[in-house]
Ligand binder design. Structure first.
Ligand SMILES: [Cu+2]
Length: 121
């Protein structure tokens, strides 16, 4: 699920917790893969994740690439890092970023299909 700050909170967001953190920095659009990158792939078929939702270990500070193929237009959301991108038939969605926040983060096809979880530690 998305957690966006209401527009009227943006100005004071620095003082408020709970609106989420600033989006992570995208490393690339996945046209290349740096050595050592953890590559994670998932596919959405008929509304179901393939393979079934699973947990992927990512070393803290490492670069992770999350690639999603889909048979329908969907928005992919990497929770915790607040990254959103589209995937469509024939046009996989992909993002690479530095996993600099520890924790367990859902990767969803919105609105509510869990694709996988990234466990950063
Ligand atoms: Cu979400």
């Amino acid at each position: 699920m998305k957690r966006r700050c209401p527009w009227w909170l943006i100005g004071g967001a620095v003082l408020l917790a709970g609106c989420g953190q600033a989006p992570a920095t995208r490393v690339s659009d996945c046209s290349s893969t740096a050595p050592g990158t953890v590559v994670v792939t998932s596919a959405l078929r008929n509304g179901r994740a393939t393979p079934a939702p699973h947990r992927v270990a990512v070393p803290a500070g490492g670069t992770v690439q999350v690639r999603v193929e889909s048979d329908q237009v969907v928005e992919v959301h990497v929770h915790g890092y607040d990254l959103e991108y589209d995937a469509a038939p024939g046009v996989p969605g992909c993002v690479s970023f530095v996993a600099d926040r520890a924790g367990l983060f859902d990767v969803e096809a919105h609105p509510d299909t869990l694709l996988l979880q990234l466990e950063v530690k």
